[in-house]
Ligand binder design. Structure first.
Ligand code: 13P
Length: 287
């Protein structure tokens, strides 16, 4: 079922676990993530960046594909289709295309402008029964060509954005997209704690889920994180499994070049990564 992310995240926050957002790039990714969520009876959020949306020929294609797959695959667990790091225009497009959730990333605007734009989008999203995520404090690393430094959010600014009625809040706590560098200082739990104190029941979102050690993930969940985004880790496991298949010359055996065979190990690798994350986040059996 395609649903807004609000209910699943409120339940996760109250139940002290987190729902995974796994970014999709194509049909194989989507199928692998949906199948794993169903198998584990877990709620799931499919994340679509603006770049991935463009790659898949547009948000309407994505929304139609996801809805059809939910139907054809008999998926009964709650699924949210969520725009990841959306611009203002991207949010409008996804509202029109039939997504069930959006993220407005206004973190690069001065706080007043972030507040003004978020306020407008909260109304539009809720009028369309969609959930909305906002961001305060840039997440570091690279996302669709935008490089962020990974600063920590100001808890007061988080409160002012949370008070606008958003359903979930991404706050920078030293997390970055992509692989973490050797000299990474780790998550700032002090910042996370201060944010949770001021934002109360608001489900908090941890971006850059790839490569965060298990103990830090668990601690973040205990301090109010109810949604964790994972993208790079699925890409790495897909690429490694595909490389192994080709390096072993399997594409040259029989009809091993058939895309359904060539991409199968990568799909299995994505499923294994998603399963591992759902178990770690505690969302298994929570659908
Ligand atoms: P990673 O690519 O580091 O897993 O981050 C994903 C993310 O935060 C998407 O918004």
């Amino acid at each position: 079922m395609l649903v807004s992310a609000k209910e699943m995240l409120d339940k996760a926050k109250a139940g002290h676990y987190a729902v995974g957002q796994f970014n999709i790039n194509n049909l194989e990714w989507t199928k692998a993530i949906l199948a794993t969520a169903q198998e584990l009876n877990s709620p799931v959020i499919l994340g679509v960046s603006e770049g991935a949306g463009k790659y898949m020929t547009g948000f309407t294609t994505v929304a139609d594909m996801v809805k059809a797959m939910i139907n054809e695959m008999g998926i009964t667990v709650p699924v949210a289709l969520h725009l990841d790091h959306g611009s203002y225009d991207g949010c409008l497009k996804c509202i029109k295309a039939g997504f069930s959730s959006i993220m407005f990333d206004g973190s690069h605007y001065p706080i007043d402008e972030n507040v003004a734009k978020t306020t407008e989008l909260v109304k539009m999203a809720h009028d369309n029964n969609m959930s909305i995520e906002a961001e305060v404090g840039a997440i570091g690393g690279e996302e669709d060509g935008v490089i962020g430094k990974g600063e920590c959010a100001d808890p007061q600014e988080c409160k002012s954005i949370a008070d606008l009625g958003v359903d979930m809040l991404a706050a920078g706590i030293g997390n970055i997209h992509g692989k973490y560098p050797e000299n990474w200082e780790g998550l700032s739990f002090e910042t996370l704690d201060a944010i949770q104190q001021l934002t109360g029941d608001m489900p908090l979102v941890l971006h850059g889920g790839t490569g965060i050690p298990e103990d830090m993930i668990k601690k973040a969940i205990s301090l109010g994180v109810a949604k964790i985004n994972v993208n790079t880790e699925c890409q790495l496991s897909f690429a490694a499994a595909t490389r192994k298949y080709v390096e072993e010359g399997k594409d040259l055996e029989g009809k091993g070049f058939d895309p359904r065979k060539l991409l199968a190990p990568g799909v299995e690798a994505i499923k294994a990564t998603v399963k591992e994350k759902m178990e770690l986040f505690g969302s298994v059996g929570k659908a």
